[in-house]
Design a binder for this molecule. Structure first.
Ligand SMILES: Nc1ncnc2c1ncn2[C@@H]1O[C@H](COP(=O)(O)OP(=O)(O)OP(=O)(O)O)[C@@H](O)[C@H]1O
Ligand SMILES: [Mg+2]
Length: 301
């Protein structure tokens, strides 16, 4: 496995272009973002995969996607581009001795993009983690060397707030919340933000909110879009991203074909929207890293 990765990772170790991703110790320090929402089917995986590809292809970032969802939809969404090998995420999370997440990382054919394999056993792993002391910190500990090898790490979460999602939130610097134009997704945002507060206060991890991205926006249902859009703006204005991901059948067809939207339909509305999201993702990061003090940065979250 290590051999398989060596060539790809050599490329990843090339000099960083973005000085904001270099930590004080001079090591590369990835920006880790969990893509999470309690409601199923709101576009978490579609967003994770296509945002990752946009950051890798359009911004030249070295990107790792970590799939902590037992459904394993990241690898199936990109199955035309990956040769999965190595350990599973369950092997890493349940190891009796500390284990490196890099043992479970595979290179993809998409330039600059790596990912962890699909792992159906994660369902059982979630339950088995319940009896472990420090169960919320396992992924964070395993991710230390990955943080030095990538610019961005995106974690695709399952549609619940179980141990795997908590591990993702504690391993992350920020959370990105996809919200489709439904009342149930809107209500789920409050639950997730309450969990972010638990992570901040009880687990003492300074998790920020990157933003809420409106997904599956259907131009034919203007009234409900306006209602949910206003509710999001009234309640979470500071978190609401400008980018809206439209309903676009090419996104669903790309997933079915096992390709990112940039491989499948690079000029589609979906591809354009995820490119715009990647631009906003980068712009928000630049705005934060140029903010003078930590206290000010926190107030902006
Ligand atoms: N903008 C979009 N336009 C059209 N179809 C979409 C869009 N976003 C997602 N889909 C489709 O909706 C379905 C659910 O999307 P996705 O798998 O990304 O959701 P999810 O939140 O990850 O689901 P889960 O909670 O089960 O993990 C998929 O079939 C996907 O192809
Ligand atoms: Mg998913």
């Amino acid at each position: 496995m290590r051999n398989f990765l060596t060539d790809g990772l050599k490329k990843l170790r090339a000099p960083v272009s973005d000085p904001a991703s270099v930590s004080k110790k001079g090591q590369l320090s990835a920006r880790v973002v969990a893509v999470a929402a309690q409601k199923g089917g709101v576009g978490k995986t579609t967003t994770t995969v296509n945002l990752a590809c946009a950051l890798a292809l359009c911004h030249g970032k070295r990107v790792l996607v970590v799939d902590v969802d037992p459904q394993g939809h990241v690898a199936s969404s990109l199955r035309e581009s990956v040769r999965i090998a190595g350990a599973s995420l369950s092997d890493v999370l349940l190891s009796a001795t500390p284990r490196d997440l890099m043992d479970a990382v595979s290179q993809s054919d998409v330039e600059n993009l790596c990912l962890t394999p699909p792992d159906k056993a994660l369902n059982e792993t979630d339950a088995r983690l319940s009896s472990r002391v420090g169960r919320e910190y396992v992924l964070q500990a395993a991710m230390q060397s990955a943080r030095t090898l990538f610019d961005v790490i995106l974690i695709d979460c399952p549609p619940n707030l179980g141990n795997l999602t908590l591990n993702a939130l504690v391993a992350a610097d920020e959370v990105l919340i996809p919200c489709d134009m439904s009342i149930l997704a809107f209500e789920g945002v409050a639950d997730l933000l309450a969990t972010v507060q638990v992570v901040n206060e009880r687990l003492r991890h300074p998790l920020g909110v990157l933003g809420i991205v409106r997904t599956r926006v259907d131009g034919r249902t203007q009234q409900i879009n306006d209602a949910i859009g206003s509710a999001l703006a009234d309640n979470y204005r500071e978190h609401l991203l400008d980018t809206r991901i439209p309903v676009n059948s090419a996104l669903a067809r790309a997933q079915a074909a096992g390709q990112s939207i940039f491989q499948f339909a690079p000029t589609s509305k979906g591809a354009l929207a995820y490119r715009v999201l990647a631009d906003e993702f980068e712009a928000r990061h630049r705005a934060r890293t140029t903010t003078p003090s930590r206290a000010t940065a926190k107030a902006h979250r």
